[in-house]
Design a protein around this ligand. Sequence first.
Ligand SMILES: CC(C)(COP(=O)(O)OP(=O)(O)OC[C@H]1O[C@@H](n2cnc3c(N)ncnc32)[C@H](O)[C@@H]1OP(=O)(O)O)[C@@H](O)C(=O)NCCC(=O)NCCS
Length: 201
Amino acid sequence: MLLVAHANPDAPGAFEGARHNLESPQMGPLSHYRALAVLAEDDAGRPVGALMGGAPLWLFEHPGIDDDVVLEELVARIGIISAVAVDPNHRGQGVGAGLIRHAIRRFTRAGYGLLTLNYKAKLESYYQGLGFSTMNELNVHLSSGRILGQTWGDTQVAARALDRYTDLASVPGLASPVVSGIVPGSRVPRNAHFDGERLRH
Ligand SMILES: CC(C)(COP(=O)(O)OP(=O)(O)OC[C@H]1O[C@@H](n2cnc3c(N)ncnc32)[C@H](O)[C@@H]1OP(=O)(O)O)[C@@H](O)C(=O)NCCC(=O)NCCS
């Protein structure tokens, strides 16, 4: 938890809520059910980096999800890295990249289709180098043209498709790409456009 606090030096207590995840049973699909906690250690076994992830909390509050079955499907398919931090004396040695690559493998093996994270502008090229696309808004196609859109006031969002069903599609009428194929029946047709309300094709 001391390492994780480095992920947001302006608000060191911002991740205290994640303590709760560590109390969850240590069982799949991630390290603590639907939460992931990863620690990087040096050769002597001292912790030098930490990563926390799991279910994106915004999904639980989104007014566009009014159905528990859809919520459950999305929580099983969209993961988030909520914090990653490396001890200041061990930065620039690949520890952060190693933690993120490990998280990508864990979420992929657990059947997730999309891994997301929120970042501040200066880390854009860092996450792009790790295979993430960066955007202002996360748009997820649910089915029948319905789009779930989410923005964050102070941060941008990075997303990476994890399986062959999931894709980030450019759609005329929307400035940010649309996540295609995250739940059954949600593949975005090739000729789709957004009419201001839903996808049409
Ligand atoms: C961001 C952070 C996790 C990166 O971890 P790290 O172990 O220092 O980074 P890595 O050694 O894995 O860097 C891998 C590559 O990214 C590059 N990189 C590192 N920090 C970067 C940055 N701020 N911007 C762009 N590129 C960066 C490195 O040069 C390296 O490139 P190379 O492989 O071509 O040499 C770490 O700097 C940190 O803890 N920062 C404070 C907390 C934070 O900002 N967390 C993210 C918000 S949740």
